[in-house]
Every structure is written in C-alpha cells, then in structure tokens.
Design a protein around this ligand. Structure first.
Ligand code: HEC
Ligand code: HEC
Length: 287
C-alpha cells in the first residue's frame, strides 16, 4: 500500500512544477473572443470548413438566434429533447455531442453568437482556423516530427517536449512519460490531418490547454507532428512481432500492478464481503 503512494508523491512536484510554469495565477478572461479561442476553435472554424463541429460561418442565417443561444448552453439537453434540427446536426457530426462548456452562461452564449455573426461578415475571420498546407507528408516530415516529439529539436516557445508526458508507436515506447496518453492511435480518433491539426492548434483538454494555450504550437511544428502521428497510426499492425510482445508485457505488468494495488486497497472490503457470504451460508446450513 505504501510504495505506490510514495511513487505518486514523488511524481507530484514535477507535475505541479510543469503545470505552474504554464498557469501561474492566470485570470480567465471573459471576453467572447478569448472564450471562443479557448473553448471552441478545437471543433469549429468560422469560414474554414467543418472540423468535429460544423463551420459556424453564417450560422445565424441557418437557424434562429434564440435557438442557438439556448443550444450552446447545454447541447445535450436540446438533443435529448428530440429537436429535429439538433438531431440533424448530430447526424452530420457522426454522433459527436457538443460538450457543455465550463464558464458558459446566458450572457456569454449571447456574446458568442453575436461574435460569430460579426466574424461571418468579415472576408477572413480570425477563426478561419489553421491553414495548414495539404501537401503529402514526406519521410523528412516524419523525422522532423520525431525530433520535436523527443525534444532534440526544441519547441519555438520553449515548452516541454511531448516525450516527457507521452509515448507513441516505437518512439519512447518504454521511456516516454506516463502523465499523458499514448499517442499511437490518436490520429484516427481525433479526425486525421484536419481534426488533429485543429486540436493541436488549440487543445481543449485541461493539461494540454494549460501548456499550449499561453504558448501555442506553431504551424511549422504542427505539420511535422501530424506526419509523425499519421506514420505511427499507419505502422500499427504492420510492425513486426516485437510490438505485440512489448504491448503484451506492458499489459501484463500493468495488470499485475493493478491487481496488487486493488488487492491492498480492497483487502478489508473483500474480507467483509466474504465474511457476510460465509455467515449467510453458515446460517442456511444450520436452518
Ligand atoms: C468537442 C467539440 C466541440 C466544441 C469544443 C464546441 N462545439 Fe459547437 N458543436 C459541436 C458539434 C459536434 C456540433 C453539432 C451538434 C452536435 O452534434 O452536438 C456543434 C454545434 C454548434 C452550433 C450549431 C451549429 C449549426 O450549424 O447550427 C453552434 C452555434 C456551436 N456549436 C457553437 C459552439 C461554441 C460557441 C463553442 C465554444 C463555446 C462550441 N460550439 C464548442 C462540437 C463542439
Ligand atoms: C506536461 C505533460 C504533457 C506534455 C509536455 C504534452 N502533453 Fe499531450 N497530453 C497530456 C495529458 C495529461 C493529456 C490528457 C488530456 C489532458 O489532460 O490534457 C494529453 C493529451 C494529448 C493529446 C490527446 C490525446 C487523446 O487521446 O485524446 C494529444 C494529441 C497530445 N496530448 C499531443 C501532445 C503533443 C504533440 C505534445 C508535444 C508538442 C504534447 N502532447 C505534450 C500531457 C502532456
């Protein structure tokens, strides 16, 4: 019971230090444009085409304002109410439900829809999204992406290398950080070149946002990283027999570790359950 705790404790200062570097008391700005940049651009552009969610250019011409203001405050409730327009949006998004966003309120929702309306009138909105080149990736891109991932090529903003928290495919399979998820399959799951590109421009999850919203990755860093992520996703399965064995061993070690932890943590509870069962059977036996 003690050593896993000790391990966790030992890791805390690092995590805290890394996060503190990014956040130090940062007040959440409540300007709609800032809010949109922090919460919406991972899934929406204004005039840059669909990502996970629809392109919001001229959305106010597609649907009435009151509905939109209501919808973005709690999308799931509107979808669950059986609203036919919401059902159609959901279908076009292949079943992805827009999340309710922390900090959203009626005034902000109203401000956001007004912002989208104003941005729609511009020839080029500031939210047109990352205009990444769509030339095919080359092996040189993959190599450059690997260097960025490993930190042998530093991020322009000086942020920590991906490897300190992530592993991917063959790269750092054993040595990569464990704070973030393995990224081997993320390319497909987050929607390929366009989806992952948008995601990396403005990550929407807590740790990644803390790290990269004050110091965003550059387009010339994102492109090679995408090449690496695509390469890792394509390679999976075509790798020799080593990879599955490695995964098996990692899995096995993980399972043993969890079993030990659960056993220690639940010993008491398990014993109680067993005692109750034994008592019950004993009672039945004497009846
Ligand atoms: C995780 C992805 C995601 C995020 C983040 C997100 N949305 Fe959405 N949004 C969607 C999806 C998907 C839909 C389509 C409806 C559905 O499937 O839930 C949608 C629909 C919408 C619509 C209606 C679009 C139409 O064509 O009628 C508006 C307006 C909208 N979102 C605004 C926002 C705003 C503003 C934010 C930020 C505060 C935001 N969204 C954040 C995914 C997202
Ligand atoms: C300080 C640790 C840390 C660093 C450095 C870091 N990440 Fe992350 N990353 C995380 C964590 C933790 C998550 C899980 C979601 C969250 O909490 O943000 C994550 C999630 C992700 C995801 C989404 C994964 C999924 O399964 O949805 C991607 C993609 C990603 N990171 C890419 C990168 C890239 C590329 C770099 C380097 C440029 C990087 N990360 C650097 C900690 C980190």
């Amino acid at each position: 019971m003690n050593w896993p705790l000790a391990m966790k404790a030992a890791r805390m200062p690092l995590v805290v230090a890394v996060l503190a570097a990014g956040v130090a008391p940062r007040v959440r700005a409540q300007e709609p444009a800032t809010f949109f940049r922090q919460n919406c651009v991972a899934c929406h552009t204004v005039g840059g085409g669909r990502l996970t969610g629809p392109d919001l250019k001229n959305v106010v011409a597609r649907k009435d304002r009151a509905w939109l203001v209501h919808f973005i405050q709690n999308p799931k409730v509107v979808i669950d109410s059986g609203d036919p327009y919401a059902a159609q949006l959901l279908q076009e998004a292949r079943g992805v439900v827009m999340p309710a966003l922390p900090g959203m309120n009626p005034a902000m929702a109203d401000g956001l829809i007004a912002l989208i309306e104003a941005e729609s009138k511009l020839e080029k909105s500031q939210f047109v999204g990352l205009q990444l080149s769509d030339r095919p990736f080359t092996p040189a891109d993959v190599a450059a992406g690997t260097q960025i991932f490993l930190g042998t090529k530093r991020l322009a903003t000086g942020g920590p290398p991906c490897l300190s928290c992530h592993s991917i495919g063959g790269v750092g399979a054993m040595g990569g950080g464990k704070l973030g998820p393995d990224l081997t399959l993320v390319y497909e799951r987050l929607g390929g070149r366009k989806g992952v590109g948008a995601w990396l421009t403005a990550p929407a999850t807590p740790t990644m946002q803390t790290l990269f919203s004050p110091a965003p990755l550059r387009a010339e860093e994102i492109l090679p990283l995408l090449a690496l992520l695509e390469d890792a996703a394509l390679r999976r399965g075509t790798e020799g027999p080593v990879a599955p064995l490695t995964f098996f061993l990692i899995g096995l070690a993980g399972t043993v570790f969890s079993l030990v932890v659960f056993d220690l943590a639940w010993q008491e509870r398990f014993r109680n359950v067993r005692r109750t069962l034994v008592d019950r059977i004993a009672r039945r036996g004497t009846r």
